[in-house]
Design a protein around this ligand. Structure first.
Ligand code: ASP
Ligand code: MG
Length: 408
């Protein structure tokens, strides 16, 4: 590991305007002055990516994904150049690069490409000359030199990948919040910043909708054991360290509570209770690239049973269309859906070694007369589906119940 090398990633809100870009440059230079080699990854300014996508959708509802990548990769090219100029202004040497220039090679799946290789030669040469190297996040090129992007929030992926190939000692992710919280501070006023959390917990939190880090980048960091420090670009305070699990983490029963209002529930009614039916339903779903989250199948007493599952709300129309067909094929009693749901989840590796988290969760919800319509559990997570308008209240009562607000 190279103790002198740090990868820093600055998100869109941290470089939202030229004043903020100057602030980022000051921070970069201060690290440089402490003797660190710095590789900086930047996102597009503010909401640039969304604005570019909105432009495209004014032209066509079905743009080519190749052209989308051509379009949205421009955002990051603007920010790297401006940041390099800002560092120059402060009297330090810096050079900016696109993903393609530094050899970030990806597969060909436009708008959600995966990195397959990174050529570090160019970056290392520039670092050796004493320069700050600034790399455009979120982008790469495939083997045919076509520009690709890495999925929304993909600059995190660029940062983690560079930290890995350059053997950096730390990957700092600068954002507009102080770190990872026990719950969304907009919902729970006394939500607390976590000092440290395991990759596994972060992965659950990220995929459950805590917007701080791209889930895929956490997976990669975990695989290669790259420590991540999520922190604010507007303060000097330490944020949250995401690292591999250490013993002390197990003493914390629950690390965080999340809310996801982006799912919808589909029920296939009176499904015949015989072998192959679940395979038929979920085979059709998988073949159409629809992601399923929770599944519930009841005991059948009459030879028929209801099967319910949740999908991303955006996938609901597609799923309904598909299930209508499947329901006829298998001789089920029809389908219904429910868009009015929210998923509340508690996450913590302490659950592995402590019992009672589920019952505590259920009684806390019951104390507020919040009805649970589906439950799913994993080793470190319990999720409940509740009415959408009860979602925030559910998060608050759970936050209190697991004593995040109170003294420990
Ligand atoms: N600019 C891209 C996005 O908005 C990548 C990123 O911010 O990480 O998704
Ligand atoms: Mg982002």
């Amino acid at each position: 590991m190279d103790d002198r090398l740090i990868v820093q990633k600055y998100g869109g809100t941290s470089v939202g305007n030229t004043g903020k870009i100057m602030n980022v440059a000051k921070r970069v230079v201060s690290y440089r002055n402490k003797g660190y080699d710095i590789v900086v990854v930047v996102s597009a300014l503010g909401d640039t990516t969304d604005e570019l996508l909105a432009l495209a959708s004014k032209i066509t509802k079905t743009p080519s994904e190749r052209e989308i990548d051509m379009l949205i990769s421009t955002g990051e090219q603007v920010s790297v150049a401006l940041l390099a100029m800002a560092v120059h202004k402060l009297g330090k040497e810096a050079i900016s690069f696109t993903g393609s220039q530094v050899g970030i090679i990806t597969d060909s799946s436009h708008t959600k490409a995966r990195i397959i290789d990174v050529n570090t030669k160019k970056i290392q040469e520039e670092l050796a000359k004493g320069k700050v190297v600034i790399v455009a996040g979120f982008q790469g090129t495939n083997m045919d030199r076509e520009i690709t992007t890495l999925g929304r929030g993909g600059s995190d992926m660029t940062a983690v990948a560079l930290a890995k190939v350059l053997n950096a000692s730390l990957c700092e992710i600068y954002t507009d919040v102080e770190g990872v919280y026990t719950a969304d501070p907009r919902i729970v006023k006394d939500a607390k910043k976590l000092d440290r959390i395991s990759y596994e917990e972060m992965l659950e939190l990220a995929s459950l909708g805590a917007q701080v880090l791209q889930a895929r980048s956490v997976e990669v960091a975990s695989k290669f054991n790259i420590p991540i420090h999520v922190r604010s670009s507007f303060s000097e305070k330490e944020g949250t360290f995401i690292t591999k699990e250490v013993k002390a983490m197990e003493d914390v029963l629950v690390s965080g509570i999340t809310l996801n209002k982006d799912e919808a529930k589909v029920t296939v009614r009176d499904v015949p209770d015989k072998p192959g039916i679940a395979a038929h339903i979920f085979g059709a779903i998988a073949a159409n690239d629809i992601n399923i989250d929770m599944i519930i199948q009841n005991v059948s007493r009459t030879g028929c049973t209801d099967v319910s599952f949740t999908v991303m709300a955006g996938d609901l129309p597609k799923t309904m269309k598909l299930m209508k067909k499947v329901s006829e094929e298998i001789g089920a009693g029809g389908i219904i859906f429910d868009k009015d749901i929210a998923k509340v989840s508690v996450v913590g590796i302490g659950m592995r070694s402590h019992s009672g988290v589920a019952s505590t969760m259920f009684s806390a919800l019951a104390s507020k007369k919040i009805n649970i319509s589906m439950i799913s559990t994993s080793e470190i997570k319990i999720s409940c589906i509740v009415r959408r308008n009860k979602g925030e209240e559910a998060v608050r009562v759970l936050h209190k119940e697991f004593n995040f607000g109170g003294k420990k």
